[in-house]
Design a binder for this molecule. Structure first.
Ligand code: SF4
Length: 407
């Protein structure tokens, strides 16, 4: 199957001259690096245990793919390298990848370049290579500062390494950092969660992601749950943890801007905002998903497929979804309602009315009902989840999506 991008007009010629294009002018890039030390038990991202002998082939293939994507790229504003554990890539391979990015794309307008990392892997050599290659932000999987809870998650790192890694990055010149924490871990008390939050705050971070543990199909954690080897955290405790989080973080100047994400003003993750505001982004690496001109696709997830199949440098694409206005509006509702900025009512209702008779009325009724139930804030020109609405965000979003498309 031809790659979906090959069906779209590029935004510039292969020679690098810019062409105005109303359809494809993409200023964000996601890169997926699939290697990890070990598979954490809760994880359903595509990753495989690192065998360094595959890293050089992976990077060579990635460079081919990045060059193939170039004609669809405007000057890049955000790059996010996720995984997996991108910081596991050997430093010389990082240097090759960074050199490729700067020679392939126009990075003169880059405002954020994030790399996900494991605290054990942030060496001075790696941090220096990343900083000199333009990386401005690290996103670190801390998950908890409590060794017992890390063990429950089968997450292999020493929590003492988190502050060390952050300091190493700062010394190298990487100014921004975020950490991920998980709450609702089996055996974790509300007091334990509060301690994790306070430890994170002591690190003077300007961004924090706080995720409720979920039991995804096919993960080791879900298998342990079904075998009775772990017990899900009591719902009341999870609610208490969820409520405690914004209160504690606000006192340190971090405000919620998405259901699970908190930042000092101006330190929101600009790349993730592109996803949540339904912008466009290019994607490279196995299992990476892209969105350009309404078309969505995912790269083949298996490393073997990614390495072996090759169509003019593109990765083999799976799950290709051509533009679909109903699905596009559903995506706007799904991600926009998770944002604290909410969704402007008027443009949504106008789009809904154009799509299907009655859709705008159904959405408006859903919003009115949610507002009466206290799940939406009272303002009428924006749909914004209230504090109680955030707690049940998923079911509110499902109500809106059903109203849009009852079929
Ligand atoms: S390090 Fe991240 S991507 Fe890798 S297995 Fe653990 S949670 Fe998954």
């Amino acid at each position: 199957m031809p790659h979906p991008l090959s069906q779209l007009p590029p935004s510039r010629t292969h020679a690098g001259a810019f062409l105005p294009s109303p359809r494809a002018d993409v200023s964000s890039l996601y890169i997926h690096v699939p290697f990890c030390f070990h598979k954490c038990h809760y994880c359903d991202f595509y990753s495989l245990v690192d065998t360094r002998d595959r890293q050089p082939a992976f990077v060579a293939r990635l460079i081919d793919e990045l060059r193939a994507l170039r004609p669809w790229a405007a000057p890049l504003r955000t790059i996010f390298v996720g995984g997996g554990t991108p910081s596991l890539l050997a430093v010389p391979l990082w240097e090759e990848l960074l050199a490729c990015l700067s020679s392939t794309f126009d990075l003169s307008q880059l405002s954020e370049f994030t790399v996900e990392c494991n605290p054990e892997t942030v060496t001075p050599g790696l941090a220096a290579a990343l900083a000199s290659g333009g990386v401005t932000r690290l996103s670190m999987g801390a998950q908890s500062f409590d060794r017992a809870h890390l063990k429950t998650l089968e997450r292999w790192h020493d929590p003492d390494k988190v502050p060390e890694a952050l300091e190493t990055a700062r010394v190298a010149g990487i100014a921004r950092a975020s950490i991920d924490l998980i709450f609702g871990i089996p055996g974790q008390s509300v007091a334990d969660w509060e301690r994790d939050l306070r430890t994170a705050l002591s690190l003077e971070l300007s961004h924090l992601s706080c995720y409720n543990l979920t039991y995804e199909p096919g993960t080791a954690m879900t298998a342990r749950l079904s075998r009775g080897q772990v017990t899900q955290a009591p719902e009341d405790d999870e609610v208490e943890m969820f409520r405690l989080t914004p209160a504690l973080l606000a006192a340190s100047g971090l405000r919620r801007y998405e259901v699970s994400n908190f930042a000092a003003p101006g330190d929101e993750c600009r790349h993730n905002l592109v996803y949540w505001r339904q912008g466009q982004w290019l994607a490279a690496g196995p299992s990476a998903s892209g969105h350009v001109a309404g078309t969505r696709w995912k790269n083949a997830p298996r490393l073997d497929d990614y390495l072996s199949r090759n169509e003019s440098g593109f990765a083999p694409a799976v799950d290709v979804e051509p533009p679909d206005p109903v699905r596009a509006l559903a995506e706007v509702l799904m991600t926009g309602l998770r944002l604290s900025e909410g969704l402007g009512t008027e443009p949504i209702l106008t789009r809904a009315e154009q799509l299907a008779p009655g859709a705008a009325d159904r959405l408006q009724h859903t919003a009115d009902a949610a507002r009466r139930a206290g799940l939406l804030e009272p303002e009428t020109d924006v749909w914004r989840l209230s504090e109680p609405g955030l707690l049940v965000s998923q079911s509110v979003i499902v109500d809106f999506m059903t109203a849009l498309d009852p079929a």
